[in-house]
Design a protein around this ligand. Structure first.
Ligand code: ATP
Ligand code: MG
Length: 537
């Protein structure tokens, strides 16, 4: 959530789709206990943002003049908008708020303000990354889109202050956890530990203890109460009956949303793996951030309402890049072709992907498309039209099972493909004069919130979550090494090791059945397996 809007969020409004019984267990400390009475299967509490793109807009300052003349984008008028499900309440709400916002903005501008100024302020509100960054003179429109994507990423990348705020917030909460439970520690995973966060992303933390006993309902409430008393938490929710029990709160000094889970290490493993993917996969960060923002602007990023969470997006983009024919044949350099890749991504997952039959697997870091029938834990398949992504660390876990609104997600991707290709086609024919001040990316994503600069200051301030995660893994490897050495010396037959880091295994995935007649299957250059990934229609 944007920091301005943080305190306005209530326990009920942030979880609109969940039919939960919530009990106010204390009137004094505002801690809300959310006892999920629905099937916990459907409740994945690894959601991304609570930031509502429209909430902070009223605080945006509209500068009187910009240095460039810019044109109102069709997206903001909904003239050229992607057709989402008309039954989507969120979307209707967004439109209502957007129109309220528009009128409030209009009333703040001077009566004599020209339509030019209104148009300029619309750019500040909707696609501010083009301000002073005009690429309309690029010969190839695809290059223009690539450059816009890079500008967008710089625009939303963190400033020194934002990184410091996050570091300090984590350190304060960690100190409190250790004060309450001296045998426990707090670790960070999720997007802050992978540098894949948007300005309003939450921080995912986990408390692990020597005794491994801090995941009881009592402990959850104890920590919630302790943090509230120490003035480190407001808007606290205790979600004790979910598959992954957590507490959620807003850190009042910074307004950052925090999720704390208990006694788990899978997120810490995933953080390391994702960082290794980022190192080895050019374009992954840029595409992930653009697609995150794309889904966020449409309220399709929240797992609670059937959207696609950050983890699923990463796996989807990682697989896409590693299976892209023009990348695996070294025909294109991803970083110079982000525009084309974004369009290809929208086409694949919006138009062609066979959601009914194909699952995505990134087990052992090897991206591949696998037939759904070969994934035992997915059976029986009740609703075949669903995205299925195998957890890279656990073959039995479908990380996108909560994303039930795949229909709208697919529709949004398909609409974005149409919009982008049409826009590129039109601009390609247009004279440079007509192109000036226009945005291509702005047709499919918007960015709301406080105005930012374009500085990516990640190289100026250390992200302590990354350093700590690396240290955590170094320490773990040492323990494994020492334990293995000791156990080898003691007894060569001893094989069970409490500290052993399990390599993700494919043992639970049934081998692919023999190819049937008419079924396409091929191997790519790197030995990865291709299956017919296109849809039936
Ligand atoms: N369905 C899931 N099953 C297992 N682990 C999950 C699942 N969803 C999320 N996680 C874990 O939680 C972490 C954070 O997930 P999340 O979806 O919040 O992504 P994120 O990268 O933090 O994105 P965002 O910035 O949107 O919060 C993941 O890296 C992963 O370790
Ligand atoms: Mg997160």
């Amino acid at each position: 959530m944007s920091q301005e809007g943080a305190n306005e969020t209530t326990a009920v409004s942030v979880l609109p789709a969940m039919q939960r019984k919530y009990n106010q267990i204390s009137n004094n400390d505002d801690i809300v206990l959310l006892d999920d009475t629905t099937d916990s299967e459907g409740y994945d509490d690894y959601d991304g943002h609570f930031d509502n793109p429209t909430e902070s807009a009223s605080t945006v300052e509209v500068p009187a003049l910009l240095s460039k003349t810019v044109e109102v984008n069709e997206l903001s008028n909904n003239k050229d908008f992607i057709a989402f499900s008309s039954s989507s309440e969120d979307e209707n709400e967004t439109k209502e708020k957007a129109s309220e916002r528009k009128s409030s903005i209009t009333s703040t501008t001077s009566k004599t303000a020209s339509s030019k100024a209104t148009k300029e302020s619309q750019v500040i509100l909707d696609y501010p990354w083009i301000v002073n960054h005009d690429h309309s003179k690029q010969k190839e429109v695809a290059d223009w889109l690539t450059l816009e994507m890079k500008d967008f990423v710089s625009y939303i990348s963190p400033s020194s202050t934002e990184i410091e705020d996050r570091n300090i917030t984590i350190s304060r909460i960690r100190d409190a956890v250790k004060e309450l439970w001296p045998d426990a520690d707090l670790h960070v995973f999720g997007s802050y530990s992978t540098d894949l966060y948007l300005p309003g992303s939450d921080i995912d933390c986990v408390v692990n203890s020597e005794r491994g006993n801090k995941d009881s309902k009592n402990c959850l409430y104890q920590l919630a109460k302790f943090l509230t008393t120490k003035k480190l938490a407001t808007d606290v929710e205790v979600v004790s009956k979910a598959r992954v029990p957590i507490i959620k709160f807003v850190e009042p000094h910074t307004g950052i949303h925090i999720d704390v889970s208990f006694e788990r290490t899978n997120g810490l493993e995933a953080a390391k793996l994702i960082r290794s993917w980022l190192d080895s996969t050019a374009g992954l960060r840029e595409l992930v951030l653009v697609i995150k923002q794309f889904l966020h602007a449409r309220r399709l990023n929240n797992v609670h309402t059937g959207g696609l969470g950050g983890f699923s997006i990463i796996c989807l983009v990682f697989t896409f890049l590693h299976m892209h024919p023009r990348i695996i044949t070294n025909e294109i350099d991803p970083i110079d072709n982000l525009g084309v890749l974004l369009i290809d991504f929208f086409e694949l997952y919006g138009k062609n992907f066979g959601y009914d039959d194909v699952a995505i697997s990134v087990l052992n870091g090897h991206p591949s498309y696998i037939p759904k029938y070969s994934w035992r834990e997915l059976q029986p398949i009740r609703n075949s039209f669903a995205l299925a992504i195998q957890d890279p660390g656990d073959a039995t876990n479908n990380i996108s099972r909560g994303s039930f609104n795949i229909r709208d997600i697919k529709k949004a991707f398909a609409g974005a493909f149409d919009l982008l290709t049409n826009r590129c086609f039109d601009l390609d024919k247009a004279a440079f004069k007509e192109r000036s001040g226009k945005s291509i990316l702005g047709n499919v994503i918007k960015y709301k919130g406080k105005q930012r600069d374009f500085k990516d200051e990640r190289n100026l301030v250390i992200n302590t979550a990354i350093v700590e995660n690396e240290d955590y893994h170094k320490k773990r490897s040492r323990i494994v090494y020492e334990t293995i050495t000791e156990s080898t010396n003691d007894s060569k037959e001893e094989e069970d090791d409490d500290y052993h880091i399990e390599e993700p295994t494919t043992k639970n995935a049934r081998p692919l059945r023999k190819k049937e007649e008419g079924e396409e299957e091929q191997r790519n250059k790197t030995g990865g397996r291709f299956f017919q990934v296109y849809g039936r229609g």
